[in-house]
Structures are given as C-alpha cells and as structure tokens.
Design a protein around this ligand. Structure first.
Ligand code: NDP
Length: 445
C-alpha cells in the first residue's frame, strides 16, 4: 500500500506544478500519469502548436525578405522534418518534466489512475491511499456523434499527419480551429474553416475578431458561416462534405469543436464525485469537489482552459492545503492569445461586455500597416483597441491583432491588472519605431 499526504492524478501543467510545489513544502506527494509527462500543453497543445505556427509564418517571411532585397532560390517546405524535429523537442521537454519531479522527490507512477472509492485509488495494479487527492487530468478533443463513422482528425492527429494534405476543412471557430487554419494555410494547404455561427472567436471582441477574420481571408483562408455539415462520407482519397446546399470535397477534415473532460479512465462516479452539466468536475471556490478530501484544478474543471491558469490554480490549491486562511482564485483579467496569423491577443473586457457592465466607456482604436511590411505587397495590418471606463479613466480592456500581439499584450497586462488609467498610459513615452508605441499614443475614439 502506498500512502501519501497528496496524490495527484495527471502530470500536465497543473498537476506537475502542484506536485513540485507541495513536495517542496514537505507534503508527501505522489503523481500518476498514464501518458507522456507534460500533458496537453507539452505533448499535443501549446508547444507543438506554437512550433507549427512559427513554421507556417516563415512562408510569408520569404516575401517580406524579398521586399528588402533578399532572394531565395528554392523555397521548399519539408513537413516530415517539422514533425520529426517537433517530436525530438517534445521528448526533451518530457525528460525535463521527469527530472523536475524526481528532483522534487515526488513519487511517479507511470499508469492511469482510477477511483476505487472516495479514499482509494488504483494505479495499474497498485492501490494508493492518500489524505488528499487532486484531479488534474485535463481534457481531450470533443468528437461530434454525427461524424463518428467519418474518420475525421482532431488536433491530436493533426500534429502527426503522415503528409500534408492538399486541402483541409476545419470544423469549429474557436482557438484551435483558428490557429490550425492559419498553420495549414501558411504551409500551403488550401484551407477552409466552417462554423455554425456568424463569426469566429465568439467570446472575443466582435469588431477585432472580424478584423482578424478579414486578415486571414486576405491570406487565403476560406470561411463558411452559418452552415455546418449534416453528413460527411470518407472515401479513399477524399471526404465528401454535405453542406445545406452543396457537397464539397476535401482531402482532410478536422474537428475543432471544443474539448471535453478526460474522465473515462478515472471513474469519478466510484467516489461519488459530482460533475457539472458539461461533464466537468464540479468544484467550490477552493477547488474542492463534492467529496471532502478530493480536489480538482486545470482544464477538467469548468473555468478557464489555459496552461498559466492551471499552474496558478495549482499553487493556490497547495497554499490552501498548507494554510488555515484559504484563498480564492481571481479569474478576472486573464490575458490570452490566439496564435493565428496574425496573432490576436487581449486582456479584460470586450467592447460589448464593457458597454453592458459600465455606464459610459471610451473606445480608442488604431489601424496601420507595420513598417516591416511597408516595402512588400502584403496587406497585413495591425489593429489596436483600448476600452476605458469614462467615469474614472481606468483601462478595462486591450485588444491587439498583429505580429507578436501576445508578447505586447503580456507587458501591457500589468497595467490592466493593476487598475491603471489611460492618463497613466499616456505618461509613458513610446519606443520609436515600434507597433506597440501606438498603445501609449492612442488619441482617436
Ligand atoms: P473553443 O471553445 O474555443 O471553440 C469551440 C468551437 O467549436 C466554437 O466555434 C463552437 O461554436 C464550436 N462548436 C462547439 N460545439 C459544436 C457543435 N456541436 N457543432 C458545431 N460547432 C460546435 O474550443 P477549442 O477546441 O478551440 O479550444 C478549447 C479550449 O482550449 C479553449 O477554450 C481554450 O481555453 C484552450 N486553448 C487555448 C489556446 C491558446 O491559449 N492559444 C489554444 C488552443 C486551445 P460556437 O461558438 O457556435 O459555440
């Protein structure tokens, strides 16, 4: 029998951070992972996605280079090399995670865990008892039942395709759909994105996400709105996709219609752990599930599915375990980015949310072509939108579409999180010539 103070199920971003931090505080900690260490982010999410996004962006760089006088003779892209180099990098990261856990004296179990009852877990054949249990098993791609027999790919498979298809249809209009549409389009695949609604990135600022959509359209992505396939038939070399009024053909079809909690192997019902109506683990404000000693963090709970959030939740949870005064997590003002081409990053309120929540707001906007693209025929533009509370001048939201949007918004997030005002932004002198300097010189409402 293995006995722990804290046993963590799932060694992704949240689970590993909780394990290392808890162990460093003297808590006897074990962790179970049935797959590679690092979870979705490292193995089939943020990291490979960003690598592929870099790969796809180089395509346009040739054109930009050309406008500065450079000439490249044989522009050629090797998909297999990208996949293989990506695998090497992920293997390197997996071993870093392993060493971090070992160095922190966390006991690692390389298998899937399942609940036997509310106090007992089984990992492979090993029974485990622990004073506290933390569920951090993350999510997996949602698969729509109507396409069950159509052999579609999800983001999991997209990373490891044997060859690049000539054409792809991506179903969905959220983070994953938009990012992969940019990746495939940049790599030269004829890319279409299909959504049931009116626009991509429904929870982002309407005007800014529509601007992004137009930018992506200029680069070649085709958008299909207010239509969604009823049926898809897979033949040997193509998929026949049945839209409302026509049938279209693609070499590959990818589902990117959200992610669902990864609970199949865990058997949470054996411990009588309650789920939300979306099938996520239900928790209170202190990460506690419906069962006293069992907690949950990260994508498997119905909050915000972002790696840095899971990491902070992990630390908040461990702090609470150690301390008598329990802290609640602050889910406000979390910056985020879609690594589309161009990137869209934002923090705080969208314009519409701000209009609904505050009496009077000011909206400052700027749109321009960056100096880097000025010599080329590329149409890519930067769009910046700043939303403030007109009554006290506080910054409510910042939205940025353009190269390095995430790097820029990360820095300015400090201002938003700390309640700075537009006047305080204006005190800052810009760094010239940059795109980000526009944020401290915004005048036009
Ligand atoms: P999202 O929730 O972002 O988007 C899901 C998309 O699928 C929406 O367009 C939604 O349409 C559509 N959809 C959902 N159900 C159906 C259905 N039954 N039929 C048709 N369309 C449907 O999910 P993703 O999978 O893109 O990403 C999951 C999460 O992972 C994100 O929310 C994000 O938190 C995280 N993530 C973060 C990234 C980053 O930080 N850069 C990158 C990738 C993922 P509708 O809008 O109409 O509901």
């Amino acid at each position: 029998m293995n006995d722990f103070d804290l046993f963590i199920i799932g060694a992704g971003s949240g689970g590993v951070r909780a394990a290392r931090y808890a162990s460093s505080l003297g808590i006897r900690t074990g962790i179970a992972e049935g797959w590679s260490l690092g979870g979705t982010c490292v193995n089939r999410g943020c990291i490979p996605k960003k690598l592929y996004s870099y790969a796809s962006n180089f395509n346009e760089d040739f054109e930009v280079m050309n406008s500065f006088g450079w000439k490249v003779k044989n522009k050629e892209f090797n998909w297999k090399k990208l996949v293989s180099n990506k695998k090497k990098e992920i293997t390197r990261l997996n071993s870093i995670y392993l060493n971090l856990l070992k160095d922190s004296k966390v006991k690692i179990f390389n298998d899937y865990a399942q609940f036997i009852d509310r106090n007992t877990i089984k990992v492979g054949k090993i029974k485990i008892k622990s004073k506290n249990i933390l569920i951090a098993v993350g999510t997996k791609p949602r698969r729509l039942e109507i396409f069950n027999n159509s052999n579609l790919i999800s983001s999991d498979e997209a990373f490891n395709l044997k060859k690049l298809p000539k054409s792809i249809l991506i179903l969905g209009g959220g983070y994953i759909a938009v990012e992969f549409a940019s990746i495939f389009n940049g790599l030269g695949v004829k890319t279409s994105l299909c959504i049931r609604g009116e626009r991509i990135l429904k929870d982002f600022d309407k005007e800014v996400s529509e601007f992004l959509m137009k930018q992506m359209e200029h680069k070649g992505v085709k958008f299909i709105f207010k239509d969604f396939p009823k049926k898809i038939i897979h033949e040997k070399y193509q998929y026949n996709v049945f839209f409302k009024e026509k049938i279209k053909r693609y070499e590959t079809v990818m589902e990117a219609v959200g992610r669902v909690p990864n609970l199949k192997k865990l058997n949470p019902n054996k411990a009588k752990i309650k789920l939300t109506k979306n099938g996520a683990i239900k928790i209170d404000e202190y990460f506690k599930t419906s069962v006293n000693n069992v907690y949950a963090i990260g994508d498997v709970v119905d909050k915000i599915q972002l790696t840095p959030v899971a990491i902070r939740e992990a630390m908040n949870f461990v702090d609470n375990l150690k301390s008598r005064v329990k802290k609640k997590f602050n889910y406000k003002n979390i910056p985020t980015a879609v690594f589309s081409t161009p990137n869209y990053s934002f923090i705080g309120y969208t314009e519409n949310e701000a209009r609904r929540s505050f009496k009077k707001i000011n909206v400052y906007k700027s749109q321009f072509k960056s100096l880097k693209f000025s010599l080329s025929n590329l149409n890519e533009k930067v769009f910046i939108k700043l939303v403030t509370n007109a009554l006290n001048d506080k910054i409510l939201g910042l939205h940025y579409v353009g190269e390095n949007a995430a790097e820029i918004v990360q820095g300015f997030s400090v201002a938003v999180v700390n309640g700075l005002t537009k006047k305080q932004l204006d005190k800052t002198i810009g760094i010239h010539p940059t795109c980000a300097e526009e944020i401290v010189t915004l005048r036009n409402k």
